[in-house]
Design a protein around this ligand. Structure first.
Ligand code: ADP
Ligand code: ZN
Length: 359
């Protein structure tokens, strides 16, 4: 088992990583309250609750299962969870365990940060995306009808226990979608990881145990490095948004249907890489390596035909409002080195998207 720490201004969060590491002994060193509530969804509950509950025997443990899906990451479910906690007379001597992917982690994290002004929180991430990205960094959120993640807090958990064994039951598309964020770390700071993923794509796709340990721990370490340098959204944390400007716009233009986050980010990353080549920063051979790696990992690189460039640009413009009215595009100076360019106009981006689509 590997152990790393996320050190922020006020916290030192242990992150434990390994295969099949969740035991009652491990939990007892990380959970000190008498009462525990495990919050998960019905899909994950069906597969894992029996085993997980066993490890919580020494605590006064309750379970709450919510429905599966991003559409339940909303303020009404958030309130219902609070109702449940209040009805069951929980007080501050409570640890909330978030067992699930990014949806559960964001929602349950938000609940933990607000119930009684904040109670203890443990993340048990079960998707690759949550293990390498969303469970680390302290962001919590629910969606608003007008946009994703518009309501939330920054709240660090007491620990993050990353058991790669969960990934064995993860549906294939969800798994490859998570791989996009792993590739991202290769692009923005670890070229050796990208080269390794290109060489070992078959092993990665077969969910080889050692491969999983390697990619999850190296990604978690990278995420920790970016987040601890800069806990809130600014400067280097923005590099983690590589590929996300176009990626988010594609997701929004598709109404968040028929495309997973990592798939949209895969397309966005290749587009940002093309822009980086156009700006004479990234070497064309590195661009080819990025494209080849994404393809070998079964990730899409083409913008879906059903959406219009005009709609994509509309969503990029909407995103821009949140950033002082500038398109903040993360580009690659070279492989492993990011720069932020906030001088790209909507018009230029529209033309580049058309150019990208025509290739
Ligand atoms: P993300 O982590 O990418 O935000 P979700 O939290 O929506 O994704 O999880 C994606 C889907 O995978 C959901 O349907 C969820 O119930 C399911 N899921 C999560 N973890 C596992 C797992 N370990 N095994 C099987 N299915 C899982
Ligand atoms: Zn992402």
């Amino acid at each position: 088992m590997k152990k790393i720490f996320l050190t922020t201004r006020n916290n030192k969060v242990p992150i434990l990583i390994g295969n099949d590491i969740i035991t009652s002994k491990l939990l007892s060193t990380h959970i000190k309250s008498k009462n525990v509530i495990i919050i998960t969804n019905e899909t994950i509950g069906k597969i894992y609750l029996k085993k997980i509950k066993n490890c919580f025997k020494r605590y006064n443990t309750q379970v709450l299962e919510i429905k599966d899906g991003e559409k339940y990451k909303n303020i009404s479910i958030f309130t219902k969870i609070h109702d449940h906690l209040i009805r069951n007379r929980f007080d501050r001597d409570l640890t909330i365990v978030a067992l699930g992917g990014g949806v559960i982690g964001d929602l349950v994290g938000f609940v933990a940060s607000t119930f009684m002004r904040g109670v203890k929180l443990i993340h048990l991430p079960t998707t690759l995306l949550a293990q390498v990205d969303s469970s680390i960094g302290g962001k919590t959120a629910v969606n608003h009808p007008n946009g994703k993640n518009l309501i939330g807090t920054f709240y660090q958990p007491d620990s993050i226990i990353i058991d790669t064994k969960f990934l064995q039951t993860l549906p294939e598309e969800e798994y490859t979608s998570g791989l996009a964020e792993v590739v991202k770390y290769g692009l923005i700071s670890k070229p050796s990881l990208l080269v390794w993923m290109n060489k070992n794509s078959k092993k990665i796709l077969s969910k080889n145990k050692d491969c999983l340990s390697y990619i999850v721990s190296i990604s978690a370490k990278e995420k920790v490095r970016f987040v601890s340098q800069d806990e809130r959204e600014s400067n280097v944390r923005a590099f983690l948004n590589y590929g996300h400007t176009l990626g988010h716009a594609i997701e929004a233009a598709m109404n968040y249907r028929n495309i997973l986050h990592g798939q949209a980010i895969s397309i966005g990353m290749l587009f940002a890489s093309m822009l980086s080549v156009e700006k004479n920063m990234l070497d064309i051979n590195d661009f080819n390596l990025i494209e080849d790696t994404l393809e070998k990992l079964n990730l899409p690189t083409e913008i879906p035909k059903r959406i219009k460039t005009r709609d994509i640009v509309k969503h990029i413009k909407f995103d821009k409002k949140k950033q002082n009215n500038r398109n903040r595009f993360v580009l690659l100076n070279k492989l492993g080195k990011c720069v932020i360019n906030d001088k790209l106009t909507d018009n230029f981006l529209g033309n580049m998207i058309e150019h990208y689509r025509s290739q």
